[in-house]
Design a protein around this ligand. Structure first.
Ligand SMILES: C[S@@+](CC[C@H](N)C(=O)[O-])C[C@H]1O[C@@H](n2cnc3c(N)ncnc32)[C@H](O)[C@@H]1O
Length: 191
């Protein structure tokens, strides 16, 4: 299980960086693991449907349990072939599975970034030494507008897709640094 004993520093950086997600619509955590990103999405956007996607059923079970413990009824834990998945998502947050290899990662990102709504965007956190800069170049080569929005301790956060709307008086600005759901929730397998 990825980062079973602590919140991954890359995931932490993503959470510290991302602006407030849309309040409604379909939001995707690509490679949800035990659910730290999905749970924050769901807590910050309680009227949105959050799709927590993973190939690992044990991870999905943990994510489901953590969402239930946090009282977040808007998290749907699914595998990539789930028929309920929406064809369009407004936002993707992801600490993607880099270790599946470059080719598989590119296919994975092409598949899910292709579901972004017009104006939607993805936030991806990637370690520099695991290829953040080459991923940045690849995304641009695929025609995505990409911007590095944060860098810390060897991690990069890339925004891919439309730029976040400029916060105005009637729009929420970046999410304040607040804990959201209890991220100390269970990351150990049941049983
Ligand atoms: C780096 S971990 C991130 C986990 C969690 N989001 C976090 O921040 O702690 C990447 C996750 O992607 C999942 N994964 C691997 N291949 C995948 C695929 N093809 N589709 C969806 N998820 C995948 C892994 O099982 C793993 O849980």
């Amino acid at each position: 299980m990825f980062s079973a004993d602590r919140l991954d520093p890359g995931t932490r950086l993503l959470l510290d960086t991302v602006p407030a997600p849309p309040q409604t619509g379909d939001l995707l955590d690509l490679g949800c693991g035990y659910g730290p990103l999905a749970l924050v999405l769901a807590a910050r956007s309680p009227r949105a449907a959050v799709w927590a996607l993973d190939v690992n059923r044990r991870a999905l079970g943990l994510c489901e349990r953590n969402a239930a413990r946090s009282g977040l009824g808007n998290v749907h834990c699914v595998t990539p072939d789930d028929l309920g998945l929406p064809t369009r998502v407004a936002v993707i947050w992801s600490n993607p599975p880099l270790r599946i290899g470059k080719q598989a990662l590119h296919e994975l990102l092409a598949r899910w970034l292709g579901r972004l709504t017009p104006g939607g965007c993805a936030y991806l956190v990637v370690q520099r030494h695991l290829g953040a800069d080459s991923l940045h170049r690849w995304l641009e080569g695929e025609g995505w507008p990409v911007c590095r929005v944060a860098a810390r301790n060897g991690y990069r956060v890339l925004r891919c897709g439309a730029a976040a709307p400029h916060p105005g008086p009637d729009r929420p600005g970046p999410a304040p640094a607040r804990p959201g759901p209890d991220l100390s929730t269970d990351s150990t397998p049941a049983g």
